[in-house]
Ligand binder design. Structure first.
Ligand SMILES: Nc1ncnc2c1ncn2[C@@H]1O[C@H](COP(=O)(O)OP(=O)(O)O)[C@@H](O)[C@H]1O
Length: 377
């Protein structure tokens, strides 16, 4: 870990100095544009105890019309049918909350891969999406490995799991528009708070045509790091995240992320990032990380605006604040949650912090903004 932190510190320093140069130009441009643009007025709130807004989080529902089963290791029970009841319970609670959350972030793996074997993918998806219709607020869907066990990327792009229509655009900043090559977007649920949804399977061998350049590039990367016959096995790997059920971020997507974070820094925004795969080793089982998580961390650490990073995939959950004050929260998976418990949360956003109110096996978390980054309205 010591060596790893040193490496990341080096990357951060290099990125930081190049960012300063870039920011001098950006700051001037932004100041001019802001003076010209009609900005939303966030009001004059200043009491740090006053909630600004809230949002819901839920991960790894993995619904299937199947008897209970177990994970690959055989040490965690999976409640395939009950996961839908857990979702219904979560939606009822979010709908009942006094201050209704602005939206819900669904962190991926909405239905289980087993559905594909039983030719039940569309039926199960329909059932879960009909349940989501009871929610009074919009839901942003992230894509995980189980989406790709059931559907191709093309199918997903044209499905209800594509919530890119909920994106916001930043006027006069074409560099902040995501490309069609990956499923990622950003939106502003409250003035000065930007949410970014990332595609952790942008580089992946799942769900893409084997003849496509993306598949070839991803398979090359996977095989270079994983010599096992069974590419889902992390056995003997020095970087155990290089398994087939994970994926990574293309340079194109990382460049786009960098552009938005540059804008958010300049515009003094707070940023929440969402991805199916986690990116911080201290908060996650090493087998569950995104392939090139270090590249994503290098981009995030070269900016000051990111408050927290939400991910699913790990099922056991996890949390750590990194050395740059970014809170990494991995949400416990619904699929491995016993019927007498729960697994969802509401994040309450304040001028100086975010507070996760977890239900059932999800713990509460206080995520303070770094002192020098306190939010001033
Ligand atoms: N250690 C392993 N060796 C071989 N295959 C594995 C291993 N771990 C997981 N898999 C396979 O990888 C896929 C994803 O694993 P799974 O436990 O279902 O992931 P998730 O946690 O996303 O549900 C499954 O097909 C599973 O059988």
């Amino acid at each position: 870990t010591g060596e790893w932190i040193k490496k990341m510190w080096y990357i951060y320093t290099v990125e930081f100095y190049s960012a300063i140069k870039k920011n001098e130009i950006m700051l001037f441009t932004e100041t001019c544009l802001e003076a010209m643009a009609d900005k939303p007025n966030p009001g004059t709130l200043s009491d740090s105890s006053e909630q600004l807004f809230s949002f819901g989080v839920i991960a790894d529902i993995q619904y299937a019309d199947l008897e209970d089963g177990y994970n690959f290791q055989g040490n965690r029970k999976r409640y395939y049918r009950h996961s839908l009841l857990h979702l219904q319970g979560a939606i009822e609670d979010w709908n009942k909350e006094g201050n209704t959350p602005c939206c819900v972030l669904q962190l991926g793996d909405i239905i289980d891969g087993y559905n594909a074997q039983y030719k039940a993918s569309e039926k199960s998806l329909e059932l879960v999406m009909n349940t989501f219709k009871m929610l009074k607020v919009p839901v942003h869907h992230t894509w995980g490995n189980h989406e790709f066990y059931n559907f191709s990327r093309d199918y997903l792009t044209n499905s209800k799991l594509n919530t890119k229509f909920l994106e916001d655009r930043i006027a006069c900043h074409p560099e902040t528009i995501p490309s069609e090559n990956y499923y990622a977007y950003h939106f502003v649920p409250f003035p000065k708070f930007r949410f970014i949804l990332l595609d952790a399977y942008d580089l992946s061998v799942l769900g893409v045509d084997q003849s496509s350049p993306k598949y070839q590039q991803s398979m090359k990367m996977l095989r270079e790091h994983n010599p096992n016959m069974e590419l889902n096995s992390p056995q003997g790997l020095s970087e155990p995240q290089f398994v087939q059920f994970n994926g990574g971020f293309s340079q194109e997507q990382l460049n786009w992320l960098n552009e938005i974070l540059t804008f958010s820094d300049t515009n003094q925004e707070k940023v929440v990032i969402v991805s199916h795969l986690p990116i911080y080793p201290e908060a996650s089982d090493s087998v569950c990380l995104a392939w090139n998580y270090t590249d994503a961390l290098a981009v995030i650490w070269s900016h000051k605006c990111v408050v927290c990073f939400f991910a699913g995939h790990t099922h056991d959950g996890g949390y750590s604040e990194d050395p740059f004050g970014v809170h990494h929260v991995n949400i416990e998976g619904v699929i491995e949650t016993a019927p007498d418990s729960q697994a969802f949360g509401t994040v309450h956003v304040y001028p100086d912090k975010m507070m996760l109110k977890g239900r059932g096996r999800i713990p509460d978390r206080i995520m303070n903004y770094k002192k020098e980054k306190a939010f001033h309205l």
